[in-house]
Design a protein around this ligand. Structure first.
Ligand SMILES: [Mg+2]
Length: 352
């Protein structure tokens, strides 16, 4: 597998998944179909899509890796600075733990103490980029995932979930068809053995796939019939189940994870990043890529970012970060806020 192809597929895959899943965030599966129909397409701004925090944070991780791929502490400081700057742009839909930790960073608390005790899925939504970049070096992969996680979330469950996503992405570059059993073995090797709850959940993925269960049925058996929550041990197992059953089929994977409902921008973004690393840009539906209307982080901007990150990986020389215009970003965030608010009001109306 070509690393450049994988990095581009990862960043575009997570961005498109985020954008497709965003209008359905928080809806239960039945209501989503009643409101928007069964077929998936962009529908935030008529037939166009935009990105949320999932894509923004992953891009900030990519930028931080471009400058500091060889030192996890400077990488974390760079990412923390980007989070502070990101908050100044007045983002919409920010997770509570992430908000608290960025506020702590803003008042001068260090990156080692900024995290709050939470097992929200925030660290998993940004870890696939790290997994793809360090697919050939698990020591570095773990260090970078850990420092990226504790900036905002200190519950060990947050690290376990983020690490699982990074490992899945690292595998997606290397092979197209890992068996659920082999992936489980990798998790047992890499995760804290004392967390028997997590290992037991991961084990149920193997059993469920062996029995031919769909991801939707697996989610229902976890008690998530009304949608996948933002709790790390709900989000990650459902995403991993869907990835293991759709390792080379981006559209089918994204369709199935969105059918599960709930935190659909984040679940589709995480899954999209993993499958994207395998199938590349060519494996992502063309109309899903074409119908994204976002700026200044456009599809072209993300492609440029992935070109630079791939160059850093190949040459092992730090690169130059792509800059973003602050006034343009604030204007964009105001438009995004109006779009999200309009969707919120739309949901108050029938059909229920
Ligand atoms: Mg989001």
């Amino acid at each position: 597998m070509n690393t450049h192809h994988a990095i581009k597929g990862n960043l575009l895959g997570l961005a498109v998944g985020d954008s497709i899943g965003l209008p359905f965030e928080g809806l239960c599966p039945k209501r989503r179909i009643r409101l928007f129909g069964k077929d998936l397409c962009h529908c935030l701004l008529w037939n166009k899509g935009m990105f949320s925090d999932d894509t923004e944070h992953s891009c900030m991780i990519a930028q931080s890796l471009i400058s500091h791929f060889d030192n996890h502490e400077s990488f974390a400081k760079c990412f923390a600075n980007k989070l502070r700057f990101w908050l100044l742009g007045l983002p919409v839909g920010i997770g509570m733990s992430t908000l608290k930790s960025i506020l702590k960073l803003c008042v001068g608390i260090s990156i080692k103490k900024s995290g709050v005790f939470s097992a929200g899925n925030g660290p998993a939504m940004r870890s696939s980029v790290i997994g793809v970049f360090f697919y050939d070096d698990y020591e570095q992969l773990k260090k970078f995932v850990y420092t990226s996680t504790i900036i905002s979330h200190t519950d060990p469950k947050a690290y376990n979930g983020a690490l699982t996503i990074a490992l899945a992405s690292s595998i997606a570059i290397k092979q197209a068809d890992i068996s659920p059993q082999d992936f489980y073995k990798l998790i047992v090797e890499c995760i804290d053995k004392e967390d028997s709850e997590y290992l037991s959940i991961m084990r149920t993925i193997v059993t469920s796939i062996d029995q031919g269960e769909s991801t939707m049925d697996f989610a229902k058996n976890l008690g998530l019939e009304k949608g996948v929550s933002g709790y790390m041990y709900h989000t990650v197992p459902v995403v991993i189940h869907c990835w293991l059953t759709n390792q080379c089929d981006y559209k089918k994977g994204i369709t199935e994870i969105i059918e599960c409902g709930g935190d659909s921008d984040t679940t589709a973004s995480i899954l999209g990043g993993i499958i994207g690393a395998r199938v590349g840009k060519e494996g992502i539906p063309e109309d899903w890529l074409k119908n994204i209307a976002d700026y200044p982080r456009s599809i072209q901007w993300i492609e440029g970012l992935s070109d630079e990150l791939a160059r850093v990986k190949l040459t092992q020389q730090a690169g130059i970060q792509k800059k973003i215009s602050v006034p343009v970003l604030i204007l964009r965030n105001i438009l995004f806020f109006i779009a999200v608010l309009t969707h919120g009001f739309r949901r108050l109306l029938p059909p229920y």
